[in-house]
Design a protein around this ligand. Structure first.
Ligand SMILES: Nc1nc2c(c(=O)[nH]1)N[C@H]1C(S)=C(S)[C@@H](COP(=O)(O)O)O[C@H]1N2
Ligand SMILES: [Mo]
Length: 253
């Protein structure tokens, strides 16, 4: 599923207009570019017919996502315990049997960049910080979602503890499975953005990000980095595993 240059798409004039409109709409609403759509759909978008099908399907899906998530400063929707999806769904860029095994005795959360205290953190130290809990919906760009319960330290609280420069533009995350991702500072400071330690009232299981993951209900699933080993504060956009392959960095809806 290679990304085709836009110039290769041959369309009738009215199809072309439709495409431009849809593209604009999708970009505004979800930050998805045509390149991202072709990656997502596995479709090379060479003929008008498949362009139509894929774009209209994506557009409908975005409308649905739009109503689940929120814009700007508003809070993401929360749910009650009886709405939790069981079993919860696993996703990563590798199959479940390759989930990293992390030894707690060696685990340290590294901190770097525009922060005044760069000392690494043990999980125990993180557990002593104030925590909040949420039941929210994780939405994967692949077209599924699941409601789960997470508890952890608000990222804002953590950033304050390490003396982060909160006027910096981004917070970056490096994971112990080579995944990486980043958030813009407003999203990092959002009250529902947490460094989750618990899932479903138990420590995070390996599949779901042990020992520490990001839970950002205002962003798509791929922004919810699991197995976080390092956090850094920076003015340069750190990108991310999927972000760098064409998914838009903002990825809120
Ligand atoms: N470290 C790491 N974090 C990751 C991923 C990954 O491959 N590695 N995949 C992302 C994607 S695409 C999704 S949808 C969610 C899935 O989280 P879940 O397994 O809890 O459902 O994790 C995100 N965080
Ligand atoms: Mo995802």
């Amino acid at each position: 599923m290679s990304e085709q240059p836009k110039s290769k798409i041959i369309l009738e004039p009215d199809q072309h207009k439709q495409l431009i409109n849809l593209q604009r709409r999708m970009l505004l609403r979800s930050g998805l570019t045509l390149g991202a759509v072709s990656l997502l759909s596995g479709c090379n978008l060479q003929d008008g017919d498949s362009v139509d099908k894929v774009l209209w399907a994506m557009s409908r899906w975005n409308d649905r996502v739009q109503s689940w998530l929120f814009n700007g400063e508003k809070l993401a929707q929360t749910y009650s315990a009886d709405q939790i999806t069981r079993p919860f769904r696993f996703n990563a860029f590798y199959p479940e049997y390759n989930v990293p095994e992390i030894d707690l005795a060696d685990y340290r959360l590294e901190v770097s960049g525009k922060v005044s205290n760069k000392a690494p953190w043990t999980l125990e130290q993180l557990q002593r910080l104030p925590q909040t809990e949420q039941i929210t919906r994780l939405i994967c760009i692949e077209g599924w979602s699941a409601i789960g319960q997470w508890r952890g330290v608000p990222l804002k609280t953590f950033l304050q503890h390490i003396g982060a420069d909160l006027t910096a533009r981004y917070v970056g995350f490096k994971c112990d499975d080579r995944y990486y991702s980043s958030l813009d500072m407003p999203t990092a400071l959002h009250p529902q953005t947490i460094l989750a330690l618990d899932f479903d009232n138990k420590p995070l299981p390996p599949d779901f990000g042990y020992p520490l993951r990001l839970r950002v209900p205002t962003k798509l699933g791929f922004k919810n980095a699991k197995h976080i080993g390092a956090i850094f504060v920076t003015d340069q956009n750190p990108g991310g595993y999927w972000e760098d392959q064409g998914y838009n960095g903002f990825s809120g809806i």
